[in-house]
Design a protein around this ligand. Structure first.
Ligand code: IPE
Ligand code: IPE
Ligand code: MG
Length: 248
């Protein structure tokens, strides 16, 4: 178990890993249970991965927990998910504190129920001074929403004369996204055997390495994360250059 981690090259650790945690519903179905049972069991996977990311020295871990599109699910599932979020924040905050984890959130948080928002803000505040892993929860998040919001702010500032259109470049644009100040993820993992991005970090994954696994999220553990990092470390990231140029 530990051996996978020991094989990792600490010089080549990604700074930022993003995960699309998918497959909770199918996991529940496999076990003959209601979908929420899968979501509940997904919490154990989150705990393990957060611990593993900390152990591997990852700086930022973004977890896609609830998308803009997920609001369209049956109300009973959405309500159960919101309740699970509140309970998880309550139950996990001590452990996150012990692990020196900082917490932040991206997405249209104004759309979250007040109870969730308050618990989340409380936990973010409690963990604010921690110096370890930065855990970023994507909640009511979609990339097209995030990009559209950024465009609105940029246009408004231009109209107010605070910004000249010539100043707009990709660095500046990135500063208007929810992920401002956080490096783009070097590695994106999606569980459950789906090969799509589902409106997640479209701008930020321009040069990200993708890792897809058939494992359903509730079965995913830190060893699987190490496996994904090991795979990432074997890749040659050329950023448009040739292989020869990289070794120069
Ligand atoms: C991911 O699991 C959790 C959320 C999207 C909230 P799903 O609930 O999408 O599980 P599947 O994809 O239906 O199996
Ligand atoms: C993506 O999973 C969103 C999260 C993991 C929160 P979905 O299950 O909602 O994605 P699609 O709809 O199958 O693409
Ligand atoms: Mg799904």
């Amino acid at each position: 178990m530990d051996s996978i981690k020991n094989k990792l090259d600490i010089q080549k650790m990604p700074e930022h890993i993003a995960i699309i945690m998918d497959g909770n519903g199918r996991w529940a179905e496999k076990h003959g249970k209601a979908r929420i049972f899968g979501h509940e069991n997904g919490v154990e996977a989150v705990r393990s991965v957060v611990e593993g990311a900390g152990e591997a020295g990852i700086k930022h871990l973004t977890l896609y927990a609830f998308s803009t599109e997920n609001w369209e699910r049956p109300k009973s599932e959405v309500d159960a998910l919101m309740e699970l979020l509140v309970h998880s924040i309550e139950n996990e905050s001590e452990l996150l504190m012990e692990k020196n984890v900082r917490l932040s959130a991206i997405g249209n948080l104004a759309k979250m129920p007040l109870g969730v928002k308050e618990k989340l803000d409380g936990c973010i505040e409690m963990l604010r001074k921690n110096t370890g892993l930065n855990l970023i929860l994507a909640l009511s998040y979609s990339s097209k929403w995030e990009i559209t919001e950024a465009v609105k702010r940029i246009v408004n500032e231009a109209l107010e004369g605070k910004l000249q259109p010539e100043m707009i470049n990709d660095t500046l644009f990135g500063q208007y996204l929810n992920t401002a100040g956080i490096p783009d993820p070097e590695l994106l993992i999606r569980t459950s055997g789906e090969y799509r991005i589902s409106n997640f970090l479209l701008w930020q994954i321009a040069y990200t390495e993708f890792y897809f696994t058939d494992k359903l999220w509730p079965d995913f553990r830190k060893e699987d994360l190490f496996e994904a990092i090991a795979d990432f470390q074997c890749r040659e990231r050329r950023f448009g250059k040739t292989s020869e140029q990289l070794s120069m």
